[in-house]
Design a protein around this ligand. Structure first.
Ligand SMILES: [Ca+2]
Ligand SMILES: [Ca+2]
Ligand SMILES: [Ca+2]
Length: 615
């Protein structure tokens, strides 16, 4: 059976009459019983009407930055993939399809070389950027010089020129015909154009290569191209099925090298000032850190929440940098358009309607590569807070599911006030770990174990100022707080741990428990009381040590002396040795405003694996 709803294409390659099934592997993270994944999320119905005419001066699909997406995967392979088990039973016996006319004959007779009727698959990327800076997504522009999102597929002259006289080549497209198209020169020969898509094109070889240039409307668009050899009587004597696919949109995980980082610098006096944190980052990152001016963006420091970096890549080496722009739309809303978007850089939005805190991208993350029940996910798996229909916008979730390769899973953040997955989880690289990483998970008993062993008289000036706990003793002696936290562990964190283990194939050795206790906010939910040290910024640049910027827990009397902080000492002992830890003051600007370092930073990362090679 086929897997993934669309990803696997059994191309039938007949060579000298032998039927050889080939799996064209562009899709990862698939196995047979994944077949239902992602097949319902296509939105081709919305995208096709507006997109079909590249010369249309005012396509209504200009809203496709975000809404026009992949085709109906259900039909993408439904008509063309050849099941090898049924093909062999169809009566095509050895020798039956031998091409005659001089190019091919049976090896046993010692004739001329066999015709190899095989062609390259196409692994491109959607043309969603604006290379010509005309304010219009390039798919809607038609052809222009400098548009680098077209993927070439060459039908080699070495094959075409050797065909018997009178031969022709028929190209048949099956799949979401309006969401992709093939050009020969300035002519669209297949796929989306004005009116109905062109599904068939017959060409007469006239010497030399024929180059198809494929263009895609949405990410992860998939189709099959059947390349048939017709004899002088137009009878089919050979065919080959090539996969034609646009890159899925792939989000980043923390094992990918960082390329650049952003933080919003604020300096609103003593009580609203992150200068020491920013300076600590700058001393390590230098010009790889952009300090975003607060005044440009309404003093919105939550840059993790406004956008998420992702990439699409093509097998010709091309890369599109996609800023998934949240529907959060607070102060930083314009920042991607102001300073990130340009050729090969695009901002796209999925989802609409009433936005909630769940739509911030502190609530969207991806694990490092994992193997789960024998299925390898080379790009990890996406996870986001969504539980019983409450969580990240359904359209956003649907889109991420439709990209298939990072098979998302939902996890519960509804018990939190802010409601983001980064409030209790993150991943850090660890070369010494069995899987090369550790999952950090917030853990209540681990914090009480530290605090219960400390002198109760230890003063806690910052906790006193903002939470009314003047000492360690006042925290550990608050029976209500302890009961509340024990419930959080039993009711939420234990099951979250189980979900991570199941969905990512982890065991306890892969997980580091990170001491954290929460407080409850009336009619809202839980927030970290002790700074959420899972909520860290992972800055790991190629060829440099991995630096983690972690909220200073301030579990001490004297601010300046981090060596006197028992929570820091404990944290250092738990973390991977290769990680360089920086404890930064995020108390006033972030912690007491219900976020931490991760919420206040954003990182662009380099892709690692090639989706078209993995299987
Ligand atoms: Ca354009
Ligand atoms: Ca382009
Ligand atoms: Ca481009």
């Amino acid at each position: 059976m086929r897997a993934g709803g669309a990803g696997y294409i059994f191309a039938t390659m007949r060579r000298l009459g032998l039927l050889i099934p080939v799996i064209c592997c562009g899709l990862l993270a698939c196995k047979e019983d994944d077949a239902a994944e992602g097949t319902e999320a296509g939105e081709s119905g919305e995208s096709t009407a507006a997109s079909s005419d590249p010369t249309d001066p005012d396509p209504t699909g200009s809203g496709t930055q975000g809404s026009a997406q992949t085709g109906d995967e259900g039909s993408a392979t439904g008509t063309s993939a050849t099941d090898p088990t049924t093909s062999t039973a169809s009566g095509e016996s050895t020798g039956e399809d031998t091409v005659t006319g001089g190019t091919t004959t049976d090896d046993t007779t010692g004739g001329p070389p066999a015709l190899e009727w095989t062609f390259d698959d196409v692994f491109g990327r959607a043309n969603v950027d604006d290379d010509d800076a005309n304010g219009k997504e390039d798919w809607f522009d038609g052809r222009f010089d400098g548009d680098n999102e077209l993927a070439q597929q060459v039908l080699p002259g070495s094959v075409l020129d050797a065909l018997p006289a009178g031969s022709r080549v028929r190209l048949t497209l099956s799949g979401p015909g309006t969401d992709l198209r093939a050009w020969i020169g300035d002519e669209i020969v297949l796929g989306g154009t004005q009116g109905a898509p062109i599904l068939e094109h017959v060409l007469t070889p006239s010497g030399g290569d024929v180059t198809l240039e494929w263009e895609f409307l949405g990410h992860n668009t998939q189709a099959d191209l059947t390349i048939s050899l017709l004899d002088a009587q137009d009878a089919e004597v050979e065919n080959f099925v090539a996969a034609v696919r646009a890159s899925p949109l792939i989000t980043n995980h923390h094992l990918q090298p960082a390329e650049h980082a952003w933080v919003v610098a604020v300096s609103g006096g003593q009580s609203y000032n992150n200068a020491s944190m920013v300076q600590a980052m700058e001393s390590v990152l230098g010009d790889k850190l952009t300090k975003v001016p607060e005044e440009n963006y309404d003093y919105d420091v939550w840059i993790q929440d406004e956008f998420e970096w992702a990439t699409t890549r093509s097998s010709d080496g091309g890369r599109m940098n996609v800023v998934i722009d949240s529907i959060r739309n607070r102060g930083l809303d314009d920042m991607p358009e102001d300073s990130l978007v340009g050729p090969d850089y695009v901002a796209q939005t999925w989802g609409e309607g009433p936005k909630t805190s769940y739509d911030s991208f502190g609530n969207l993350d991806a694990s490092p590569p994992v193997t789960v029940d024998g299925v390898f996910y080379p790009f990890g798996r996406i996870y986001y807070g969504r539980y019983n229909g409450e969580g990240i916008n359904a359209k956003m979730a649907e889109f991420l599911v439709s990209q298939e390769v990072q098979k998302p899973f939902e996890i519960d953040t509804t018990w939190l006030c802010v409601g983001h997955v980064d409030e209790y989880s993150t991943f850090v690289p660890d070369p010494s770990a069995p899987k090369g990483f550790r999952l950090l998970l917030a853990d209540v008993p681990a914090m009480y174990k530290i605090l219960d062993a400390l002198p109760k008289a230890t003063n806690l000036p910052l906790y006193n100022k903002d939470y009314g706990y003047g000492s360690i003793g006042e925290i550990v002696g608050d029976a209500g707080l302890r009961a509340y936290n024990e419930d959080i562990q039993a009711d939420h964190l234990d099951s979250i741990r189980a979900v991570f283990k199941q969905e990512l194939g982890l065991d306890d050795a892969d997980i580091i428990s990170v001491p954290t206790i929460f407080e409850g906010i009336n009619n809202c939910g839980a927030v970290a009381l002790t700074p959420g040290t899972v909520n860290l910024a992972m800055f790991n640049f190629e060829g440099e040590p991995a630096h983690a910027f972690v909220p200073d827990p301030f579990m001490r009397s004297t601010f300046g002396d981090q060596n006197a902080d028992p929570v820091i000492a404990d944290y250092k002992a738990r973390m991977p040795k290769d990680l360089v830890l920086h404890f930064v003051d995020n108390w006033n600007v972030y912690h007491t405003n219900l976020g931490e370092v991760h919420c206040g930073t954003n990182v662009q990362r380099a892709p690692l694996a090639n989706w078209w090679e993995e299987n």
